[in-house]
Design a protein around this ligand. Sequence first.
Ligand SMILES: [Zn+2]
Ligand SMILES: [Zn+2]
Ligand SMILES: [Zn+2]
Length: 746
Amino acid sequence: MENSCQTIRHQINLSGRVQGVGFRPFVYRLATELELAGKVENDAQGAVIEIEGASKQTSLFLKRLQSELPPLAKIAHLEITGLPPKNDKTFVIACSKSEGARSAEISPDIAICPDCLRELFDPADRRYRYPFINCTNCGPRYSIVQAVPYDRCNTTMTKFKMCPDCQAEYDDPTNRRFHAQPDACPVCGPRLWLTDAQGRDLPGDPIRVCAELLRDGKIVAIKGVGGFHLACCADNDAAVERLRERKGREAKPFALMLGSLENARKLICLDSASETQLLDCACPIVLAPRCTDAPISRFVAPGNALLGVMLPYAPLHHLLFAEGLGALVMTSGNPSEEPLCKDNAEALERLGHLADAFLMHDRDMERGVDDSVVLAGGPVVRRGRGYAPGPVRLKTIAALEPVLAIGGEMKSAICILNDNVAVLSEHLGELSNPSGYRNFAQTIERFQKLLSVTPRVIAHDLHPDYASTRFARSLPDATLIPIQHHHAHAASCMAENGLSRAVAVVCDGTGYGTDAQIWGGEILVCERDAFERAGHLCYYALPGGDAAAHETWRPALSLTLATFETDWQQEAGTLFNEVPAQTLKFTAQRIQSGSFVQTSSTGRLFDAAAFLLGLCERNRFEAEAAMLLESVAQSYSGASPNALPPASGLLDWKPLVRNLVVGMRQGVPVPQLAYAFHSELAILLTSGALAAAQRNDITQVVLTGGCFANRLLTALMMKNLEHAGLEVFTHHEVPPGDGGLALGQA
Ligand SMILES: [Zn+2]
Ligand SMILES: [Zn+2]
Ligand SMILES: [Zn+2]
């Protein structure tokens, strides 16, 4: 038996999120408390600990090392090797090694922690009201890091030389700010100022004057953690409407920030799951059902049943709300569809016509990181600040060589897979405009530098005309691997859930199919690098190309025609009266003559249903019609059919369309029809999944694609599939929509 007093020495190699999160001070305190000697240091894989002392104490150390981790730290892998004792007398924190392969995780940007928040409002603290307070448990990370290892000289904070007080904290292993790379104070750190739209300084306390301007109905561009926001008071109709006009944003909902959870409860209905999301240290925008009579302007989210709400995450935000402000609109600081603004001069130039004033600071950002968006109780739908660049560890497979996956066209994001770790970038937005494309190309370059890999294998979408596909083709001597869009969606959900084989139900707007048609309602049998199309929604003509995504009458006409054939006009009655007669007739003729591309899109099916129910004639922003349809359906409280569908591979939507059109003519209440549509579609898709599962002897099903941001559809599908004895997997930290595509491609 081992003598519990015998002196032993272990080396512990750790990987995971152990840098920049207070890990070494924690190890130091633990070792000192247990009277152990040795050292801890960062290396490029994570951290290495050497520990020496009585074997009883060392095993206690190993146990507590894992059970008492600091809040942000995560150990992905831990390896222990025995060493001969060196008779060390003390425990030390050694300096970083910068050589070696760089796989240490970079922490996302984290909302201010309770300790810093307390100090922020403590008049006796030397950082009282200092907008850049942070510690090892909170503050900016990914937005300021330029290279790994994560040390101050590799961040944008390197230009600020620490004062003696800050330096002392930084050097003291027992201090909460030990090696807190963005550590700063009013004496030595970044500062805040307020200017008018021309960049001229405005006198007075920037926070107080800014709060006054907001209260006066002004629009202020506020530089936060990941970029600029455009802010105004959310209960001020004139201000919110002006912001809409200036930003050129007709209807897409604005996100809100509220000072506290209590205030958030007055605007949105929260359950414990969504409150947890709201309070998470990632501090995302939570999309939740709005309360009736929510005290905000009708221009914030016109006609939308959901509101996007977040809590303050930067010290700066807390200081603003301490001035007594109510709900603020906090929309990303960019002209519509363009990348986020992050630099001061750039902001004055690009946002000068949008904002009345600028609240700026000189803590630079290495990259713009948009706010993340999560569905209340559901998955992340936009992955940005607080989540990126958190990695996904693949349980089932490791890459033979590094792969760069470059995503799709809309909601773009990139992903680098190295060994079994996939690092997914922040949301990069649309690539169809020049500045979006530039940002995309720049991010690829920076991401490769940050991770110290330049993959030669590039995975891209099968679509020949995507900007990302053209980018891939422009790379010299790269090996290109085109990946079918829906296969990538499926692989992304499988990777997140550690599956190697599954039936995938993939529902989204559009993706290029292997038969050159537009897919979007797919039942796939997937392995990681192969798939079989086991079923799909029946094809229908998609008239008008890009216009079909905005004008909901186009797919509606196509589906009505296919359902009722020559009787379509009698059956449809007045449904298409708003469409100019000539256009309608001409389009109908062209559909009948087969001059349009064929599609199995679920997204356009939703659009058509919303049109037929008179809910939405035009998508003013992506998925507006589908969101309206879902919220109307959610308002239906009647019983739902609970029939288990027969297994089938041919998914015919004609009965669904028939029920909508006939139901409208018979005056069935719209919420009931909207609910029935969801329910029947879920049954249809379940029957397809069931057939594929039975034929291939598979019991695991993944639900993925942008349409699974629809909570009702997701819930109905899960119920049906589980009832049929299948195990269902959905997305959590990776978006179901095209933002998650890159992970699947890799
Ligand atoms: Zn803190
Ligand atoms: Zn200082
Ligand atoms: Zn998609």
